[in-house]
Design a protein. Structure first.
Length: 137
């Protein structure tokens, strides 16, 4: 019998792949009212995401600039520090034993795909605690 999946707190953000990130930012602002999140701007350097949010900050979209052949959406789900550890163990047991967490400087993420290639991200902003748990503090 397989173990139950650890808890997910909430939807965190959606990766959206666009051909022109500047034009996309303008469109998302004009049409949906999504604006750049200043504290995440450093991630946009060197091809990282430009993170935008609705007025209340309850919905985040990470805009990545990619060629058409590399575009797809990634569903990112938020977990606690404890949940991150549980998810790392669960993902290694159920998906791939070689899965390693990625350090984003202010968050940690685990990436994997479903059997059809759809990408998922499990993320937590409890950065220091997870770094300590991973022996990387």
């Amino acid at each position: 019998m397989r173990g139950m999946a650890p808890t997910i707190e909430r939807f965190d953000h959606l990766h959206v792949y666009v051909s022109d990130r500047v034009a996309a930012e303008v469109w998302y602002d004009r049409v949906l009212g999504f604006r750049r999140i200043p504290e995440y701007e450093h991630w946009a350097a060197d091809g990282g995401p430009l993170t935008i949010a609705n007025a209340s900050g309850s919905v985040h979209i990470a805009l990545f600039e990619r060629p058409a052949s590399a575009r797809h959406a990634t569903l990112a789900l938020l977990v606690s520090r404890e949940g991150f550890s549980q998810w790392l163990s669960h993902a290694r047991a159920e998906i791939d034993a070689s899965i390693e967490p990625e350090d984003h400087g202010m968050s940690w993420s685990i990436y994997f795909r479903d059997p059809d290639g759809n990408p998922f991200e499990i993320t937590s902003y409890e950065y220091d605690g997870i770094a300590s748990d991973l022996g990387k503090s």
